[in-house]
Write a protein that binds this ligand. Structure first.
Ligand code: AMP
Ligand code: MG
Length: 494
């Protein structure tokens, strides 16, 4: 990484901010200061993450530093900016940019990593369009809870360092408590960043962005014969792996616009996302996703489509001759389905405790999903149940088909070379005992926003930090939603 200030010694607080993104041509960002708020108050601090970043959690928690988490004051070495980007939102191209997020810089950690430190909800920027630049407490706590749960589940994701209240209301349908989230990301370069660069028609901007992305996320490809083609392929592979992980865990992102797809391969932008309770492949939670564009089962296809937007933006870099560039792009893009399927099948084998590969495995897994869908079975708990009692014989009359499937799977398990305890250990590493249950998330958010009681959020975060911990017993955190038949709905309400 080119680094302007990285030679600076870490300060006592541990801040060591660098600014490699700001070395891109200036059109990639706008320098902007956060807008101070009335009464900054730190509500949640992710102490283990702070430590990993090289920051001193005890110091960060001191009231005099609460302003760091709203933008009222800046940590040493910060140089705030908002990033330019565009994106396809529900299929339509829009020029966007950070309308309410402000990058303070890139923290260089003691382990030599580099992470964006971004304040989400820190005030208006030149890209705010009609927006107020602010965020409400509920959605910021939601992002904190879910992103940290995803991390604990082993899924690449942006992280959450802190949530701070602003002491000011934000106005949505009603007045809400205002808050700022401190988001940590490997970077905020999106498919939409490339779309923006391409939309300028200036190939030098595109090339600068591609070179920067290569250096930051794919340095091993700098010496490839065709680094840009190699990077497109590597991005595609990371996305195929990522979406397979989502599917494996029952995660529905909800707003897979191209501006919400990070080229680092991390899950980003937790808006209307939610986890499956009962399994149904067409599940949609977001109230604004009228046509189910971002339904659970569509996620791989949408990721593929988003990657085709990226390839299209990158065309001038792929080959000097446009026709040849298109051919190269298509050749890479065609690899997605097979790539995804391989990850998906590997993930399902893990969930079913299989390390050997047999031809019928995909069908065995698909059959289970079909039964779960038809019998409205809970996705997480079905896998949890077979992980806890692999050899149990299903006798309940209601689950006839499932009983037949289970016997077939047990037979398959017996053909495995490893003993049952190993298969079970594999399953317990792949089938969480705890996920962010929608009703538990809602309950915790309601306590925080209605009664300023953060204890439920803290408890939930604690349970979700150990999603594979089968030794802990929290029946209320593993029970499926109690809302009965009313489908769960999420609202952008940002
Ligand atoms: P999102 O739906 O969070 O991915 O945001 C999509 C776009 O809308 C991004 O450019 C955001 O910066 C912008 N945006 C969302 N909420 C606000 C807000 N309250 N004020 C300004 N811009 C916003
Ligand atoms: Mg976004």
């Amino acid at each position: 990484m080119p680094s302007s200030t990285s030679s600076a010694l870490p300060l006592p607080s541990g801040w060591r901010l660098d600014h490699s993104y700001a070395q891109l041509p200036t059109r990639f960002f706008a320098r902007v200061q956060p807008t101070p708020v009335k009464a900054p108050k730190l509500l949640l601090l992710n102490r283990p993450l702070a430590g990993d970043l090289g920051l001193d959690p005890a110091l960060l928690a001191r009231p005099e530093y609460a302003g760091w988490f709203t933008g009222n004051s800046l940590p040493p070495g910060a140089s705030p900016l908002a990033q330019a980007y565009a994106g396809h939102q529900f299929g339509n191209f829009v020029v966007l940019g950070d309308g309410r997020a402000i990058l303070l810089g890139e923290q260089l950690t003691p382990r030599g990593e580099r992470f964006d430190i971004q304040l989400k909800g820190a005030g208006r920027t030149p890209y705010s369009r009609g927006g107020d630049g602010r965020a409400a407490l509920g959605p910021m706590l939601r992002e904190y809870i879910i992103s940290e749960a995803m991390h604990a589940l082993g899924i690449p994701t942006t992280r959450s360092l802190a949530v701070a209240a602003t002491g000011e209301p934000v106005y949505r349908e009603t007045a809400r408590t205002g808050a700022v989230l401190t988001r940590i990301a490997s970077s905020h370069i999106r498919v939409g960043t490339f779309e923006w660069a391409a939309s300028t028609g200036e190939i030098e901007l595109l090339r600068a962005l591609a070179d920067y992305t290569l250096r930051r996320h794919y340095p091993e490809l700098l010496s490839a014969e065709q680094p840009y083609v190699a990077m497109l392929r590597a991005i595609l592979q990371r996305q195929a792996a990522l979406i397979a992980r989502w599917q494996q865990i029952g995660f529905v992102h909800g707003v897979m616009n191209t501006d919400n797809m990070a080229l680092s391969g991390e899950t980003i932008d937790y808006g209307p996302c939610a986890f499956l309770d009962v399994y149904h492949s067409a599940t949609v939670f977001s109230s604004i996703d009228y046509h189910g564009r971002y339904a659970y089962a569509n996620q791989p296809e949408i990721a593929h489509w988003n990657l085709s937007r990226l390839a299209s933006a990158m065309l001038p870099l792929l080959h000097a001759d446009e026709e040849k560039a298109v051919a190269v792009a298509n050749e890479v893009l065609e690899e997605f389905p097979e790539n995804f399927e391989a990850h998906w099948l590997a993930a399902l084998r893990g969930k079913l405790g299989l390390c050997n590969q047999e031809r019928g495995d995909a069908e065995l897994a698909q059959k289970l999903l079909a039964i779960m869908q038809e019998q409205r079975m809970d996705f997480t708990n079905t896998f949890r149940d077979i992980s806890e009692n692999p050899l149990a014989i299903d006798t309940s009359a209601a689950s006839g088909e499932f009983g037949v499937w289970r016997a077939r799977w047990q037979e398959r398990l017996r053909r495995e070379p490893q003993d049952l305890s190993e298969a079970q250990a594999l399953m317990r590493r792949n089938n969480p005992a705890f996920i962010p249950r929608n009703h538990k998330v809602e309950e915790a958010l309601a306590a925080a926003t209605d009664r300023s009681d953060l204890s439920l959020v803290e408890k939930l975060v604690d349970v979700l930090a150990g999603p594979f911990d089968y030794q802990r017993h929290f029946p209320e955190f593993s029970a499926p939603s109690i809302t009965g038949d009313a489908p769960y709905q999420t609202f952008c309400g940002t």
